[in-house]
Design a binder for this molecule. Structure first.
Ligand code: PEP
Length: 254
């Protein structure tokens, strides 16, 4: 691992997806807060936007940060149902997931739309966690690198070097999300290295600075070996982030 890699602070981010309600959220956050977190890594929960106010009330001035799971590509206007980056910022939200494979698949989000979301989030000082990943069919066709690089380049195309250095990338093979199947550490590392090399083509500084998270059935029993890989700077955790004991075990592994 090079010196810069050691300076990247590991980020363990939970993605609650469309789970939780006020009472259950309080209980889960209470359990997370009740455990003394000695970890030096950054801990984040990404919640449905309607619960950002609850997170602001419960998590401000704690070691746990909070973020949203999606954002509009527009700052304001006639976009019924959308939530703008400025609105997220009203709740001191520091991160937002963009381009999760569930949004790409069920809401037909294009690479260009995801890129606009990342750009607009940054304009409101919110760090976008840009998800990229291939389907099983694409992997079996040997297209993994081509797919993830295309997805990342769309974002790189709309950001200047300074903004690029501020994003987080999450490599989430679609076939591993919520399936219990995980990429092996070597498989994940290979893709992470390709993503970092792609960033380096534009800016060595950004390549060193940007954290690349792995997501896809990361669990307490496989987190350590994944997180030991030189280009894996953290995890985006779905299912296991809904149980405090599992999420905390992943934080401990980091
Ligand atoms: C995710 O939702 O981003 C995810 C990685 O889910 P899981 O950990 O459940 O596979």
């Amino acid at each position: 691992m090079n010196l810069m890699a050691q300076q990247r602070r590991t980020l363990i981010a939970g993605n609650w997806k469309m789970n939780g309600q006020l009472t259950a959220n309080s209980a889960l956050l209470g359990d997370l807060l009740a455990t003394p977190l000695e970890s030096t890594c950054e801990i984040l929960v990404c919640v449905p936007s309607v619960y950002l106010a609850q997170c602001e009330a419960l998590l401000q001035r704690t070691p746990i940060a909070y973020g949203a799971q999606d954002v509009s590509a527009h700052q304001s206007g006639a976009y019924t149902g959308e939530v703008s980056p400025a609105m997220l910022a009203d709740f001191s939200c520091k991160y937002v997931i963009v381009g999760h494979s569930e949004r790409r698949a069920y809401h037909h989000e294009s690479d260009e739309l995801v890129a606009q979301k990342a750009l607009q989030a940054l304009r409101s000082s919110i760090c976008p966690i840009v998800c990229v990943g291939e389907t099983l069919e694409q992997r079996e066709a040997g297209r993994t690198n081509e797919i993830v690089v295309t997805q990342l380049r769309a974002v790189m195309d709309v950001l200047d070097d300074g903004a690029l250095a501020r994003i987080v990338v999450a490599y989430e093979p679609v076939w591993a999300i919520g399936t219990g199947k995980t990429a092996t550490p070597e498989m994940a590392q290979e893709v992470h290295a390709v993503l970092r090399a792609t960033l380096a083509e534009r800016s060595e500084f950004a390549a060193d600075k940007v954290r690349i998270l792995y997501g896809g059935s990361m669990k307490p029993d496989n987190a350590k070996e994944l997180l030991e890989m030189p280009d894996i700077d953290g995890g985006l955790i779905g299912g296991a982030s809904l149980k405090a004991v599992d999420f905390l075990a992943i934080v401990a592994a980091a």
